[in-house]
Design a protein around this ligand. Structure first.
Ligand SMILES: C[S@@+](CC[C@H](N)C(=O)[O-])C[C@H]1O[C@@H](n2cnc3c(N)ncnc32)[C@H](O)[C@@H]1O
Length: 263
């Protein structure tokens, strides 16, 4: 079945529990440098990326509208890869991107000169807050200390600041034939929604809005929902957008997407 969601994870993710002892940081740096250049160093955006761009933009516009003062936002793209997502917000303020892989950061600097990019580990890179908005796409599953990553975001945000957290949806990925055995260098542990909620609450986040982005998957229930009869029928009837919206709300999209406010 064609899910229409071409995946950059094809050769890189594995449906197995995360190892307790993962790859060394050096191996991860090499892996992510190659991964980013192979998958995201081009300007054609995938359907998921287009969906992420729309979701992030809507939330960023809501934040701007809710602010008392009229000033540029301070925005951080946490685990920015080649920088494409943060770079879409430069009209709203000053954007900083940080990523573990210097190769991705070098590429990002060339492509998006209006963004300030830093190579480093989200756990301890020297970043000067406070930020109004932190965005992070598909990073938390790849860091060893997920609660520490969320705590760091909380430290970097001002009170009232917003965190837009996107993370691979394990429910969908476990039901998707695009998932293939992994290569060395990727630490991977998809967090469950309940765990994300607990970690966010423990770090002082509230007012959570949860949804998912971009329906995908072709096994079990997803074979039915994304298959010829339901999806195909909706498409033929001109109802693909409502079909997508319902599945995203049912958390059947390939990314979980959480908007959270720092108290
Ligand atoms: C799946 S990619 C997503 C990249 C980018 N956010 C995007 O959506 O295209 C995961 C990214 O997390 C970065 N990453 C993983 N561990 C990190 C860490 N400890 N500190 C900073 N970045 C990290 C990787 O280098 C990689 O670019």
């Amino acid at each position: 079945m064609d899910t229409g969601t071409g995946s950059p994870y094809g050769a890189a993710m594995v449906d197995a529990p995360a190892e307790r002892t993962g790859p060394s940081l050096e191996t991860q740096v090499r892996f992510w440098g190659e991964w980013n250049l192979a998958h995201h160093a081009f300007s054609d955006r995938s359907p998921l990326q287009l969906r992420q761009l729309r979701w992030v933009r809507r939330a960023a516009d809501r934040l701007t509208a809710s602010m008392d003062e009229d000033r540029p936002l301070r925005i951080l793209d946490f685990g920015c890869g080649t920088g494409w997502l943060g770079a879409s917000l430069t009209d709203l303020g000053e954007v900083t991107g940080i990523d573990l892989a210097p190769a991705a950061v070098e590429h990002a600097k060339q492509e998006f000169p209006r963004v300030r990019f830093v190579a480093g580990d989200v756990a301890n890179a020297p970043l000067v807050g406070p930020f109004d908005l932190v965005i992070s796409s598909e990073v938390i599953a790849h860091v060893a200390d997920q609660a520490g990553y969320i705590r760091r975001v909380a430290e970097l945000l001002r009170p009232g600041g917003v965190f837009l957290l996107m993370s691979q949806n394990g429910f969908v990925w476990r039901r998707w034939s695009q998932l293939k055995p992994t290569s060395e260098g990727m630490l991977r542990n998809w967090p469950r929604l309940g765990d994300l909620r607990s970690m966010l609450a423990a770090s002082g986040f509230s007012d959570l809005r949860v949804r998912s982005l971009q329906p995908a998957g072709d096994r079990g229930i997803l074979r039915v929902l994304n298959g010829r009869i339901i999806r195909g029928g909706c498409k033929r009837a001109g109802l693909e957008r409502p079909w997508r919206a319902v599945l995203e709300r049912m958390l059947m999209g390939r990314d979980l997407a959480i908007e959270a406010r720092r108290r």
